[in-house]
Each structure stands twice: as C-alpha cells, then as structure tokens.
Design a protein around this ligand. Structure first.
Ligand code: NDP
Ligand code: HSE
Length: 439
C-alpha cells in the first residue's frame, strides 16, 4: 500500500484534532483509500505547552520550515491561523511542490486568489473543506454535488461561536460575556474572538461560498458585515414575542440583471436577522451551523452539523486528506481545482440597494404625538409599517416602541432612522435588525 507522509504545522484545537482523528480512524481511511496516512512531523510554537492531545515528542519541532523542507513529507497541513505566517507557509510549501490542506478562512479571504494562482503555477493544490462550517462538507456540496445548478440563494449560520452565544442568550437568558468565555474555553472561538462576534469570520466564510457559487472571487471589502455585539436580551425577548429568533446569517442572493449587457448582482452580506420561528434555521442552536442552498434545478437543500470545535473540524480535514491522498496516488494533483472561476459576470450588490424588512426598536418619551412624528418621517420616505407595538409594563423616562417595517432599501431605511434618531422624543439611537423572509 502507498503511504502519504503528512507534515502538520500548528497543533492547537484543529491540528491536535487532526492528529487525534488520524490515530483513531487512519486505518479505516487506509482501507477505504488504499493509501496509508502517516503523520511525519508536527510543528508548534511552544514545545513546553500542555496539550489536550498527546503528540509523540519525537514528531514535535518548533521549526515549521524544516517540516516543509523535509523531502520525505508529501503533504502539508496548515493549522496555525492568521494571514501572515500562514501565507508564507502555504507559498513555501507550493514552491517545494507540496499541496496544502488548510482550515484558514481568514487566509483564503485575504489571499485566496493569490494562493489559488500559486497552486496552479506550481502544479500543487490547496484543500479547504474545513474553512467553512466545521464538519459540514459544504465546499464539496457547492463544487461537486450541486455542480449542475445555478445557485440563487445561500443562507448560512456559519459561525459556531455566535450561534452558541445567541442560542444561550435566548434559551437560558445567559450573559453575552460569560457565554463568549465558554465558547473560547471549548475551542470554538478565533484568536482574537472579535473575529467571531464582529461578524468577520462569518464574512470570510460567506465570501468563500459566494465565490464558489458565482465564479468570481467576491471582494471581502465589498461584503457588508455586522456582528452580534449590539444584540441585547431585550431585542431577543421582543423578537421572541413577535414569533422570531435572532441569528447571525451569511447571505448570498443572486439578482439577475434586467438588461442583458449588465452583470448579475449578488448580495454578499453578514448580519444578525430575525428569522420566523417556524423556519428550520431558527431552530439551529448551540455550536451547530446550517446552510440552506437553493439551486435552480434542485430547489432548496439544507446542510446541518457542528460548525466549530476540534472533532467536527478534524472530520472536514480528513475529507481533504482523502482527496489529497487520492490525488497523490493517482498522480492527478489538480483532480479537484481549489477554485475555478466561471461565468465571471457577477458583481457584489451594495448594501444600500439591498431590500429587506426590518425590526426597529426605539426608546421614546411616552407622550401623545410621538408616534405621529415617527410615522410621518417613515411615510415621507415611502416606508410602510406592518405593525407597531408599545409593550406594556415599562416605566421611566423612556419606553420601548417596536416597529415592524415592510420592504425598503437599506439606504432609505438608514436615512429615515437617522432623522427619527434626531427627534427630541427619541432618547437613544434606533436599533434596526433586518427580517429575513427567505424568498
Ligand atoms: P489554535 O490557536 O488552537 O492553534 C494554533 C496552533 O498554531 C498552535 O498549536 C500553535 O502552537 C501553532 N503555531 C502558532 N504559531 C506557530 C509558528 N510560528 N510555528 C509553528 N506553530 C505555530 O488555533 P485553532 O486550531 O483553533 O485554529 C487554527 C486554524 O483553524 C485557524 O485558521 C482557524 O480559523 C481555523 N479553524 C478553527 C476552528 C475551530 O473550531 N477552532 C474551526 C475551523 C477552522 P502552540 O500550540 O505551541 O501555541
Ligand atoms: N470560530 C469559528 C466559529 C471556528 O466559531 O465558527 C469555525 O470556523
């Protein structure tokens, strides 16, 4: 049986998980693939660090260059994270003719185009199944399973940490900071966790999915990103009373151009949204991710699984290891290309032009005439209200006023809310959360 020698660089949550998973299921994989997977070296930063996965000391080194340069190593796993050392590792490996497996969505978002071009130039490959949605094989779904479809919609809960936080805030009334600390302890969060809670990690993943689905590399600078730090218990509660659950969603929506000569526009955004409680994504809790993909032929499809953490991510890496091992065995390093540009006719739709429904919470002085002033501003902006609720039982200088708003562009809504925020009866900046209807 052939043997593939693997050099692992980075052995924290993900790298450690890969080591453990190969110990557990390497023989099973060998029997399925006809290729033996052998870990030849493991590079870490600190040899003295206590590790939850025990690695044979003979394999450990702090010199990642020596792993790449070792002629007996065929394949590199980059599990360091970040966009600087990781980029150098990947490029150096390619120069040595070695393909790389990575889970690093930040790296792909920042340097994907460069790395894919380099892989092609050096006749190597870059495998990244673990970069999006942990254990869910969503890259394979888009690249292989749904290859015959035009993808019209992707709605994804793609950040485990944020979903874990929002779920526990809703189901247990838990405090944001405490739950974030738990997510860090459990190995779900990025370093620093701002990447999760500010929405950037979800944006990296959503950009990867958008690029695969639409064939042009979606520029991360054009992805609209809002995180979950402004979501309060109060909004979770009011949303619940109205029949909704707040989730951080990655959204990719294609809008065909009415004119033939114009490019199709694709919305690529990440923001917290109110989902109807009856929708399946509203019921995805904890560290679980789920992605709804709509194809023009297949219709709606749904993928669900653990989105972060050691074992789920290791499972995705094992699938890349299998592909890489078969590519090496069959001598076809480009059997699966990392990213194939196609159609190339898309452009990201600016957030101002995105049309949505909205939940708006205002803190207002409870006196006659306040509502009239607010509705006058919305009316003059041609924005329709679908319901108004002033929940009872609130006392004090200001009380909450909840408005549910019909379809309006983000630009129109933002302008109207700025005017509303300047009314003397409005005592705090308006809170606006989009409502997703999955059309
Ligand atoms: P960790 O911080 O747990 O692990 C990083 C590892 O890299 C550590 O083992 C560290 O060594 C090692 N390292 C850092 N610098 C160097 C260096 N210069 N030379 C050699 N080793 C180095 O991160 P994660 O495992 O959580 O994440 C790794 C990647 O996987 C990131 O890109 C992340 O976004 C991605 N990812 C993470 C998931 C998760 O659930 N955690 C899920 C999916 C993707 P030492 O141990 O000595 O400190
Ligand atoms: N920090 C990421 C998350 C890890 O919470 O989803 C998985 O990509």
């Amino acid at each position: 049986m052939q043997q593939v020698n693997i050099g692992i660089i980075g052995s924290g949550t993900v790298g450690g998980g890969v080591y453990k998973a190969i110990q557990a299921n390497g023989a099973l994989m060998a029997s399925r693939l006809g290729v033996q997977l052998r870990i030849a070296k493991v590079a870490v930063k600190d040899l003295k660090k206590a590790r939850n996965v025990k690695i044979s000391p003979a394999l450990l080194t702090t010199d990642w260059q020596s792993v790449i340069n070792d002629p007996s190593i065929h394949l590199i796993g980059e599990f360091v994270g970040g966009t600087t050392t990781a980029r150098t590792i990947v490029l150096n490996a390619f120069r040595q003719g070695k393909s790389v497996i990575t889970a690093n969505k930040a790296l792909l978002s920042a340097h994907g185009e460069e790395l894919f071009a380099a892989a092609q130039r050096y006749g190597t490959n870059l495998y990244y199944e673990a970069s999006v949605a942990g254990g869910i094989p969503i890259i394979k779904v888009l690249r292989e399973g749904l290859i015959g479809n035009r993808i019209t919609r992707i709605y994804g809960i793609v950040n485990g940490t944020c979903n874990y936080i929002l779920s526990r805030m809703k189901l247990e009334g838990a405090d944001f900071a405490e739950v974030l600390a738990d997510a860090q302890r459990l190995g779900y969060a990025e370093t620093p966790p701002d990447l999760d809670i500010d929405g950037h990690d979800a944006a990296h993943k959503t950009g990867i999915l958008a690029s695969l689905a639409h064939g042009f590399w979606a520029d991360p600078k054009q992805t609209y990103v809002e995180g979950i730090t402004a979501i309060t218990q109060q909004d979770i509660r009011f949303a619940g009373q109205l029949g909704y659950t707040i989730k951080l969603l990655g959204i990719v929506k294609k809008f065909d151009s009415k004119r033939r000569a114009q490019s199709a526009k694709v919305q690529v955004s990440v923001y917290p949204a109110l989902l109807p409680n009856s929708h399946v994504l509203a019921n995805v809790n904890g560290v679980f991710n789920a992605i709804l993909v709509r194809g023009d032929i297949v219709g709606d499809t749904l993928y669900y699984g653990r989105g972060a953490g050691q074992d789920a991510t290791a499972s995705a890496v094992l699938s890349d290891l299998a592909d890489a091992a078969l590519d090496l065995k069959c001598g076809a390093k480009s059997r699966i290309c990392p990213f194939v540009p196609h159609e190339r006719d898309g452009a990201v739709l600016p957030i101002g032009e995105v049309v949505s429904r909205y939940y708006v919470r205002l803190s207002v002085i409870d006196k006659p005439g306040t509502l009239a002033k607010i509705t006058a501003i919305l009316g003059s902006s041609n924005i329709g209200i679908s319901s108004v609720i002033q929940p009872e039982g609130h006392e004090g200088e200001s009380v909450p006023l909840i408005l549910m708003i019909h379809d309006a562009t983000n630009a129109n809504m933002t302008k109207a809310l700025a005017k509303i925020g300047r009314l003397s009866a409005v005592k705090a900046p308006p809170v606006m959360i989009r409502v997703e209807s999955f059309e």
